[in-house]
Design a protein around this ligand. Sequence first.
Ligand code: KDG
Ligand code: MG
Length: 419
Amino acid sequence: MNDMSASPSASQIHHGALPITDARVIITCPGRNFVTLKITTAEGTYGLGDATLNGRELAVAAYVQEHVCPLLIGRDAHRIEDTWQYLYKGAYWRGGPVGMAAIAAVDVALWDIKAKVAGLPLYQLLGGACRNHVTVYGHANGETIDDTIAEARRYQAMGYRAIRLQTGVPGLASTYGVSRDKMFYEPADAHLPTENVWSSEKYLRSVPPLFAAAREALGWDVHLLHDIHHRLTPIEAGRLGKDLEPYRPFWLEDATPAENQAAFRLIRQHTTTPLAVGETFSSIWNCKQLIEEQLIDYIRATVVHAGGITHLRRIAGLADLYGVRTGCHGATDLSPVSMAAALHFGLSVPNFGIQEYMRHTAETDAVFPHAYGFEGGMLSPGEQAGLGVDLDEALAAQYPYRRAYLPVNRLEDGTMFNW
Ligand code: KDG
Ligand code: MG
């Protein structure tokens, strides 16, 4: 007979267990909103996890605080995989950006704790370093091609070996991805969403001249990237990929929305330009077909939005089987906690490709003091035990939450876009 009272429970405490005694959400806005989970254990060690979902921050904060934190108290902080399974499978409602960001925050905080207890930087627990540093790419933006190239030169001078190029589209008043502030790009910009006007025709005419001018000015020893921000149909993206082939881009990112993963077949048929997608993905199910059919070259899923280190390693493992490399999202709306997690992951994963790196402001860096550092186009996570990131709670409290939205797009005739 099945004796239920004797069945093992996930919250059972074993010898050497580390019971969780406190879990709470901290929201701060040092220039932009960040949601952080802090988990504390009986012997005082704590871990941090990022739960920021740009433009929908309070939904995740409530999910974590109201629905997840009560489940954590008393659980063994060392049981990372079991906790992941419990939160994912036990919720009944699986997946989704809100739920997966919440699970990610718990997962990263538990890895932080485990590594602190071990007295090792986290990457050592993930199998150790597979490379010396993590190659990153930065963002060069400008209203005109000349402005963009001047910015790219500045990035080259800072040591970057890979640079994303975005330029204003002639005839359009504003272009997503082209910021006014050069160093600290921030797309969430208003109390209510800004509305941008979009024209694929005008855009498609503007990118090849940018890349032609960039190769002419910057040479061939720098990787050049470009982000379409899901703005094209598959056949339009195929054409852009083909037009850019002579300039050998490192990748074309988010060419088309990927809810229909098979859409990437059409792009693939028409171009040899490498494809990257996945910054909005929340689980392995969002990229299974893309990876298994080798429809992409880089998977951009991130620690914070795709279920934490535990789940991102699963995605990377699948990708490795099919020659797909990682290229994790690293925009400013991912907090320094996520950036550190991405670096430990990137240093240790065999099929690492590249890591995006958008710098945080000095205010954000002060709220989240961290051990990672940039040199010569590379980032290193540092050698502190754990993630190597802290949260100055007193300073964080000085920056209350401010509602902010990402912009939306309409076509020139007023139709809501993206297609
Ligand atoms: O929250 C949205 C931003 O992170 C996104 O627009 C940035 O596309 C982006 C990128 O590649 O960094
Ligand atoms: Mg992007």
